[in-house]
Design a protein around this ligand. Structure first.
Ligand code: DX5
Ligand code: ZN
Length: 224
Protein backbone atom coordinates (compact mmCIF):
# COMPACT_ATOMS: atom_id res chain seq x y z
CA UNK A 1 0.00 0.00 0.00
CA UNK A 2 1.22 3.49 -0.85
CA UNK A 3 1.64 5.53 2.31
CA UNK A 4 -0.92 8.17 3.21
CA UNK A 5 -0.35 11.86 3.96
CA UNK A 6 -2.51 13.54 6.59
CA UNK A 7 -1.89 17.31 6.81
CA UNK A 8 -2.57 18.66 10.31
CA UNK A 9 -4.70 21.79 10.10
CA UNK A 10 -3.18 22.94 13.40
CA UNK A 11 -0.44 24.64 11.39
CA UNK A 12 -2.82 26.16 8.82
CA UNK A 13 -3.77 29.83 8.69
CA UNK A 14 -7.19 29.75 10.35
CA UNK A 15 -8.00 33.30 9.20
CA UNK A 16 -8.44 31.76 5.77
CA UNK A 17 -9.52 28.27 6.72
CA UNK A 18 -11.76 27.54 3.69
CA UNK A 19 -8.86 28.15 1.31
CA UNK A 20 -6.51 26.03 3.45
CA UNK A 21 -9.07 23.20 3.35
CA UNK A 22 -9.45 23.68 -0.42
CA UNK A 23 -5.68 23.42 -0.77
CA UNK A 24 -5.74 20.01 0.90
CA UNK A 25 -8.80 18.95 -1.13
CA UNK A 26 -6.97 19.71 -4.36
CA UNK A 27 -3.64 18.22 -3.27
CA UNK A 28 -2.33 14.65 -3.21
CA UNK A 29 -3.06 14.44 0.53
CA UNK A 30 -5.22 11.54 1.70
CA UNK A 31 -6.78 12.64 5.00
CA UNK A 32 -7.32 15.76 7.10
CA UNK A 33 -5.69 15.41 10.53
CA UNK A 34 -7.60 17.34 13.21
CA UNK A 35 -5.96 17.89 16.60
CA UNK A 36 -8.47 18.24 19.43
CA UNK A 37 -6.83 19.47 22.68
CA UNK A 38 -8.54 20.11 26.00
CA UNK A 39 -6.04 22.06 28.11
CA UNK A 40 -6.09 19.18 30.62
CA UNK A 41 -4.50 16.10 29.06
CA UNK A 42 -2.28 18.45 27.09
CA UNK A 43 -1.38 22.04 27.98
CA UNK A 44 -3.00 23.54 24.89
CA UNK A 45 -6.63 24.09 23.84
CA UNK A 46 -7.70 23.94 20.20
CA UNK A 47 -11.25 23.14 19.07
CA UNK A 48 -14.07 20.66 19.51
CA UNK A 49 -16.85 18.94 17.60
CA UNK A 50 -18.52 22.19 16.55
CA UNK A 51 -15.49 23.11 14.44
CA UNK A 52 -15.10 19.54 13.15
CA UNK A 53 -18.70 19.68 11.94
CA UNK A 54 -17.99 22.81 9.91
CA UNK A 55 -14.76 21.46 8.44
CA UNK A 56 -16.72 18.36 7.41
CA UNK A 57 -18.93 20.53 5.18
CA UNK A 58 -16.02 21.64 3.03
CA UNK A 59 -13.52 18.76 3.35
CA UNK A 60 -13.59 16.22 0.55
CA UNK A 61 -11.30 13.68 2.24
CA UNK A 62 -11.66 11.60 5.41
CA UNK A 63 -11.35 13.37 8.76
CA UNK A 64 -8.72 11.81 11.02
CA UNK A 65 -9.60 13.12 14.48
CA UNK A 66 -6.86 12.93 17.12
CA UNK A 67 -8.40 13.35 20.56
CA UNK A 68 -5.89 14.71 23.08
CA UNK A 69 -8.53 14.96 25.77
CA UNK A 70 -9.32 13.35 29.13
CA UNK A 71 -12.38 11.07 29.29
CA UNK A 72 -12.64 10.79 25.50
CA UNK A 73 -15.42 8.19 25.86
CA UNK A 74 -17.80 11.03 26.76
CA UNK A 75 -17.34 12.67 23.37
CA UNK A 76 -16.84 9.84 20.86
CA UNK A 77 -20.44 9.78 19.65
CA UNK A 78 -20.45 13.55 19.23
CA UNK A 79 -17.24 13.56 17.18
CA UNK A 80 -18.62 10.78 15.00
CA UNK A 81 -21.84 12.75 14.50
CA UNK A 82 -19.71 15.78 13.59
CA UNK A 83 -18.13 13.78 10.77
CA UNK A 84 -15.03 12.03 12.10
CA UNK A 85 -14.01 9.04 9.95
CA UNK A 86 -11.10 7.93 12.13
CA UNK A 87 -11.22 8.54 15.89
CA UNK A 88 -7.98 8.16 17.84
CA UNK A 89 -7.84 8.26 21.63
CA UNK A 90 -4.72 8.31 23.77
CA UNK A 91 -3.75 5.17 25.67
CA UNK A 92 -2.87 7.39 28.62
CA UNK A 93 -6.45 8.72 28.90
CA UNK A 94 -8.30 5.38 28.80
CA UNK A 95 -8.53 3.18 31.92
CA UNK A 96 -11.07 1.04 30.01
CA UNK A 97 -9.32 1.05 26.67
CA UNK A 98 -10.94 -2.13 25.35
CA UNK A 99 -14.40 -0.71 25.98
CA UNK A 100 -13.48 2.64 24.45
CA UNK A 101 -12.18 0.99 21.28
CA UNK A 102 -15.43 -0.97 21.00
CA UNK A 103 -17.38 2.22 21.51
CA UNK A 104 -15.55 3.89 18.61
CA UNK A 105 -16.16 0.90 16.35
CA UNK A 106 -19.86 0.80 17.22
CA UNK A 107 -20.22 4.32 15.82
CA UNK A 108 -18.90 3.06 12.47
CA UNK A 109 -15.68 5.08 12.67
CA UNK A 110 -12.23 3.53 12.35
CA UNK A 111 -10.63 3.12 15.76
CA UNK A 112 -7.16 4.35 16.66
CA UNK A 113 -5.02 4.49 19.80
CA UNK A 114 -2.18 6.99 20.21
CA UNK A 115 0.91 6.41 22.34
CA UNK A 116 2.91 9.17 23.96
CA UNK A 117 6.69 8.88 23.50
CA UNK A 118 7.11 7.23 26.93
CA UNK A 119 4.29 4.67 26.57
CA UNK A 120 5.44 1.17 25.73
CA UNK A 121 4.24 -0.31 22.42
CA UNK A 122 3.95 -3.72 24.13
CA UNK A 123 0.96 -2.42 26.11
CA UNK A 124 -1.13 -2.82 22.95
CA UNK A 125 -0.57 -6.58 22.72
CA UNK A 126 -4.07 -7.42 24.03
CA UNK A 127 -5.97 -4.96 21.82
CA UNK A 128 -3.98 -4.80 18.59
CA UNK A 129 -6.42 -7.13 16.82
CA UNK A 130 -9.23 -4.62 17.44
CA UNK A 131 -7.38 -1.60 16.12
CA UNK A 132 -7.60 -0.01 12.69
CA UNK A 133 -4.76 2.36 13.51
CA UNK A 134 -2.03 3.02 16.05
CA UNK A 135 -0.57 6.52 16.25
CA UNK A 136 3.01 6.77 17.43
CA UNK A 137 3.64 10.27 18.75
CA UNK A 138 7.02 11.52 17.60
CA UNK A 139 6.75 14.61 19.82
CA UNK A 140 5.06 15.13 23.15
CA UNK A 141 1.47 16.04 22.26
CA UNK A 142 0.18 19.57 22.70
CA UNK A 143 1.87 21.76 20.14
CA UNK A 144 2.79 21.87 16.48
CA UNK A 145 6.27 22.74 15.29
CA UNK A 146 8.23 20.66 17.80
CA UNK A 147 11.41 18.73 17.21
CA UNK A 148 11.09 15.12 16.04
CA UNK A 149 12.08 12.52 18.65
CA UNK A 150 14.27 9.98 16.85
CA UNK A 151 13.60 7.26 19.42
CA UNK A 152 10.15 7.01 17.80
CA UNK A 153 11.65 5.19 14.81
CA UNK A 154 12.53 1.95 16.65
CA UNK A 155 9.11 2.17 18.32
CA UNK A 156 7.46 2.05 14.90
CA UNK A 157 9.55 -0.96 14.04
CA UNK A 158 8.50 -2.66 17.29
CA UNK A 159 4.85 -1.93 16.51
CA UNK A 160 5.26 -3.29 12.99
CA UNK A 161 6.57 -6.53 14.50
CA UNK A 162 3.53 -6.72 16.79
CA UNK A 163 1.20 -6.20 13.81
CA UNK A 164 2.97 -8.88 11.79
CA UNK A 165 2.85 -11.27 14.76
CA UNK A 166 -0.93 -10.82 15.09
CA UNK A 167 -1.46 -10.67 11.34
CA UNK A 168 -3.72 -7.61 11.53
CA UNK A 169 -4.40 -4.83 9.00
CA UNK A 170 -3.66 -2.10 11.56
CA UNK A 171 -2.18 1.08 10.07
CA UNK A 172 0.77 2.79 11.72
CA UNK A 173 0.50 6.56 11.85
CA UNK A 174 3.29 8.89 12.96
CA UNK A 175 2.66 12.39 14.20
CA UNK A 176 4.92 15.26 15.20
CA UNK A 177 7.92 16.99 13.69
CA UNK A 178 7.68 15.10 10.41
CA UNK A 179 9.11 16.55 7.20
CA UNK A 180 11.16 15.49 4.21
CA UNK A 181 14.26 15.23 6.42
CA UNK A 182 12.86 12.24 8.38
CA UNK A 183 9.81 10.94 6.46
CA UNK A 184 11.73 8.27 4.57
CA UNK A 185 13.11 6.81 7.81
CA UNK A 186 9.57 6.69 9.24
CA UNK A 187 8.34 4.82 6.17
CA UNK A 188 11.25 2.41 6.24
CA UNK A 189 10.46 1.57 9.85
CA UNK A 190 6.91 0.68 8.83
CA UNK A 191 4.78 3.85 9.00
CA UNK A 192 1.71 3.88 6.74
CA UNK A 193 0.34 7.35 7.50
CA UNK A 194 2.43 10.48 7.97
CA UNK A 195 0.89 13.46 9.76
CA UNK A 196 2.56 16.77 9.00
CA UNK A 197 1.58 20.28 10.08
CA UNK A 198 4.40 22.81 9.96
CA UNK A 199 6.38 21.15 7.17
CA UNK A 200 3.32 21.50 4.92
CA UNK A 201 1.53 24.70 5.90
CA UNK A 202 4.66 26.75 6.64
CA UNK A 203 6.22 25.68 3.33
CA UNK A 204 6.34 28.20 0.47
CA UNK A 205 4.35 25.77 -1.68
CA UNK A 206 2.23 23.54 0.58
CA UNK A 207 0.75 21.46 -2.27
CA UNK A 208 4.27 20.74 -3.49
CA UNK A 209 5.37 19.80 0.03
CA UNK A 210 2.49 17.28 0.12
CA UNK A 211 3.46 15.88 -3.31
CA UNK A 212 7.10 15.56 -2.28
CA UNK A 213 6.15 13.63 0.85
CA UNK A 214 3.73 11.44 -1.10
CA UNK A 215 6.40 10.68 -3.72
CA UNK A 216 8.91 9.15 -1.29
CA UNK A 217 9.43 5.55 -2.34
CA UNK A 218 8.62 3.05 0.39
CA UNK A 219 11.82 1.07 0.32
CA UNK A 220 11.93 -1.83 2.69
CA UNK A 221 14.34 -1.50 5.54
CA UNK A 222 16.87 -4.24 6.17
CA UNK A 223 15.13 -5.43 9.32
CA UNK A 224 11.65 -5.98 7.83
C1 DX5 B 1 0.78 17.54 18.25
C2 DX5 B 1 -0.23 17.17 17.20
C3 DX5 B 1 0.32 17.10 15.83
C4 DX5 B 1 0.88 18.39 15.30
C5 DX5 B 1 1.83 18.10 14.19
O1 DX5 B 1 0.23 17.39 19.50
O2 DX5 B 1 -0.80 15.93 17.49
O3 DX5 B 1 -0.66 16.58 14.94
O4 DX5 B 1 -0.12 19.24 14.83
O5 DX5 B 1 2.40 19.30 13.82
P1 DX5 B 1 3.91 19.37 13.32
O6 DX5 B 1 3.96 18.58 12.04
O7 DX5 B 1 4.13 20.82 13.12
O8 DX5 B 1 4.76 18.77 14.39
ZN1 ZN C 1 -2.09 14.98 15.90
Amino acid sequence: MKHLIAPSLLAADWSKLPSEVALVNESEADWFHLDVMDGRFVPNITFGMFVVEHIKKIAQKPLDVHLMILEPEKYIDAFRAAGADVITVHYETCPHLHRTIQQIKETGAKAGVALNPHTSVALLEEVIELLDLVLIMSVNPGFGGQKFIYQSIPRVRQLKELIIKHNTETLIEMDGGIGLQNAEKCLQAGADVLVAGSSIFKATHPAQAISDMKAIPKTRAWWV
